[in-house]
Design a protein around this ligand. Sequence first.
Ligand code: SAM
Length: 286
Amino acid sequence: MNSNLWIEETFKDFLGLKFKVEKVLFSGKSEFQTVDVVETKGHGKMLLNDGLIMVTERDEFAYHDMISHVPLFVHPSPKNVLIIGGGDGGTAREVLRHSNVEKCTMVEIDSMVVDACRAHIPQTAKDLDHEKLTLIIGDGVEFVKNTTEKFDVIIVDSTDPIGPAQPLFGEAFYQDVYHCLSDDGIVVSQGESSWYAMDIQQSLLKVLNVVFPQTYLYSFSNLTYPGGLWSFTFATKKHHPTKDFNAERVESSGLSFDYYNAALHSAAFALPSFAIKGLQGLIDND
Ligand code: SAM
């Protein structure tokens, strides 16, 4: 253990986020990326892929609440759910809390991420053996191309558009996603930051607009990603993310949350003006 050890995530060539590390728990290199799990002083255990922070125990609930409960409370009856990526298990954990979900399939390309989180971050990985979960180690791009199943909700819980995640931001992938969604299906995807990565948001939203009739963006606060304000895209065949949201369903679900709530659900779709201007024409504002 080195008491002076800090980890720094650098972003572009002008920003660095530093975290005090107490202990390195796992370091490996898979065929896709480096995978590290460290115990930090202020944020609990942290997973990094290729040196980029994926989750920390302190704030993972914000990301996982918002990527899963928003579409699952909009879709009137989400029975069959697909997660692409999400190897830490946090998204699956939240999806599986919904009693109307009968089956959840998770397709993660890198077994090293899953194994490292099972061993060191049970907080997110604790439901990876759930009876309703089918965990497939494979490429999400190939999975949506080849599956004959129809999903009510698809959640793209991916890394940034580098390496194997690059196609997850492209049109061919979303054409396949469209075809394996049910007639009233919804896809929510990791949508980067309006502060530092609006170019990626614009390009993802352009793709979603080509494929889906309605496309939205909603945001949440994340402690450990550059800029703090992070987002998810919401592309839908039918259901409107706020007009078709029934707040009473949240209460009657009996679920309790540390980040998500019914008021925040609708508020999250209200974007700051600089984001509205920068994403003009790319998000529906009805
Ligand atoms: N919350 C995280 C974030 O935005 O920083 C993402 C979490 S999760 C760890 C992302 C996962 O997507 C990674 O484990 C990565 O291996 C996986 N992934 C990347 N490309 C993939 C692909 N083509 N198919 C399936 N999983 C993929």
